[in-house]
Design a protein around this ligand. Structure first.
Ligand code: UN1
Length: 516
């Protein structure tokens, strides 16, 4: 079978001096912390200060993936027999530990991936919320009962686990997204091989340590660190992996899906977004501006839910643009641990260059750069990967900057003549994750709710901030029909089994005995 073509990325390699100071971390396989089979390592770098190395981590390959899957497979029969309420108690206890350690973990998260402390606190809180919510499912995991067409026959459905789950997670929500996957996987009785993003391996280690402290038996969750093309790809292809749950780019997601198709395995994909905000002529413009700032520039725009296309009614577009630019220019870039920082760095140098590349593309396409558009190297920022919050005006729906996911602090303004045109432009994207409309007109709001092609729609609120007990996911090239969050996530991590119990004591033939 052709191996997936995982995109190669440039990576920052620290000097030998940095590396000797850094703590050395390991994979977790069958309850034991171990090096990669090949002994190779990579560095975990603070994007606000590239001389700050958080640790070195194993650069695993297919041998480590094999071992981790083998361990998860061995522990599956025992783990699935632990009653679901007991499995859930472990998640509940993990939530309690996270709550106690929230500040410390948030600080570490900011150091590891850059977003401002308040947002890291939000990430840890989202993880806590999900653990509590899914822990409740331990006493539900509902199936159904339904009448049989035959007498003395009991019919019901139950949920059963799938087996070994591979969880491949991104760096932008280093705790919340792994927990979106691991919590439902575990409550349902699956065992896990967890491949965290190579940009945030330390948060993954801390989280799994907490699960162990909360009482998770060894071998139920295994971690393999490393790069997608080296350890992610063999993990996805491994025949003993029953389900792959992946969050990342649409390009890699496609390769994951193709590899899963070859083995007929279930795959849940959560991928890109190009999320629109519609600003109608009757909108509260101040509210729409602060919503755009929050949705477009938080996490430096590095969210799959980030607002990146703002479709503004022509009558108010100039005023909206002026207010937005004033606010965007006032945002202070810096280390996310500093209380004066509004926007932190981009995750790494390759991503920074990519974001800047889109500014060049926008200019070439004829969009008007209203602010930002620069790699920022002032003062302390010269040690990291910073990009100035960027607003493009006069953007049309077909331009690449209005179609492609930039995953950076770049917002495009598209003037529109009214609601119908705004909806049409919004839906001209290949993605469909989040969406929003600012209006005071209830009719327009409901028209948008009904018509926007997205898995999530907000009214008078930005595109980010989904809560854990509602289904999260998108249409088009954002996903493949599955949802995370809500009870709906259980549809990913369980199989349905239909059960018939015949208490008649004789052979009963459905469709035949009672047929006319
Ligand atoms: C993501 O960007 O990958 O709604 C997830 C939000 C967050 C989750 C974002 N709760 O923005």
């Amino acid at each position: 079978m052709k191996s997936p073509e995982w995109p190669n990325r440039e990576r920052y390699v620290s000097s030998a001096e940095d590396a000797t100071m850094a703590e050395r971390f390991q994979n977790l396989i069958d309850g034991k912390w171990v090096d990669a089979a090949n002994g190779a390592t990579f560095d975990d770098i603070n994007p606000a200060n590239k001389t700050d190395v958080l640790g070195t981590f194993p650069r695993s390959d297919h041998r480590d993936a094999d071992r981790a899957v083998e361990a998860a497979k061995v522990h599956f029969p025992k783990w699935r027999r632990v009653p679901a309420p007991r499995r859930a108690e472990i998640l509940f206890r993990a939530a309690e530990i996270l709550l106690r350690r929230k500040q410390e973990l948030a600080q570490l998260m900011t150091r590891e991936m850059g977003k401002v402390l308040m947002e890291s606190q939000g990430d840890v809180q989202e993880a806590i919320d999900m653990l509590y919510y899914i822990a409740g499912e331990g006493r539900r995991l509902h199936g159904e009962t339904t009448p049989s067409e035959l007498p003395d026959m009991f019919a019901m459905t139950i949920r059963v686990p799938l087996g070994v789950v591979a969880a491949i997670t991104p760096w932008n929500f280093p705790l919340a997204i792994p927990i979106w996957k691991l919590a439902p996987a575990l409550v349902a009785g699956n065992t896990v091989v967890f491949k965290p993003a190579e940009d945030t391996p330390l948060m993954a280690v801390r989280f799994v340590e907490i699960l162990l402290e909360a009482g998770l038996p060894p071998g139920v969750v295994n971690i393999v660190h490393g790069y997608g093309e080296e350890v992610g790809a063999p993990l996805v292809r491994h025949p003993e992996v029953a389900l792959v749950s992946f969050t990342g780019s649409s390009e890699v997601g496609r390769e994951v899906a193709i590899a899963c198709a070859a083995e007929h395995k279930r795959v849940s994909l959560e991928m890109g977004g190009k999320n629109p905000i519609l600003v109608m002529e009757d909108a509260d413009l101040d509210l729409a501006v602060v919503g755009t700032i929050w949705g477009g520039f938080e996490t430096s725009g590095q969210r799959c839910t980030a607002a990146s296309r703002i479709l503004v009614h022509k009558k108010v577009v100039r005023e909206f643009a002026d207010r937005l630019v004033t606010k965007a220019q006032a945002l202070r870039l810096g280390d996310g641990l500093s209380p004066s920082t509004d926007v932190g760095p981009i995750i790494n140098d390759a991503r920074l260059k990519r974001v800047h590349g889109y500014t060049r593309i926008g200019l070439k396409e004829g969009a008007k750069l209203l602010c930002g558009g620069e790699i920022y190297r002032e003062g302390e920022c010269k040690k990291g990967f910073f990009y100035t919050p960027t607003v493009f005006g006069d953007v049309s729906a077909k331009m690449r900057i209005a179609q492609e996911e930039i995953f950076g602090p770049t917002v495009s303004l598209l003037p529109v003549a009214g609601l119908e045109e705004a909806i049409e432009a919004a839906n001209s994207s290949r993605y469909g994750l989040s969406s929003s409309i600012y209006t005071r007109d209830i009719n327009k709001a409901f028209r948008a709710i009904e018509s926007l092609g997205a898995g999530v729609t907000y009214v008078n609120a930005p595109t980010i901030g989904a809560e854990v007990h509602l289904p999260f996911g998108g249409i088009g090239q954002t996903g493949n029909g599955h949802r995370e969050g809500g009870w709906q996530v259980l549809e990913v991590f369980t199989e349905w089994k239909a059960v018939y119990v015949d208490y008649s004591g004789k052979l009963q033939r459905a469709q035949i005995d009672l047929g006319g």
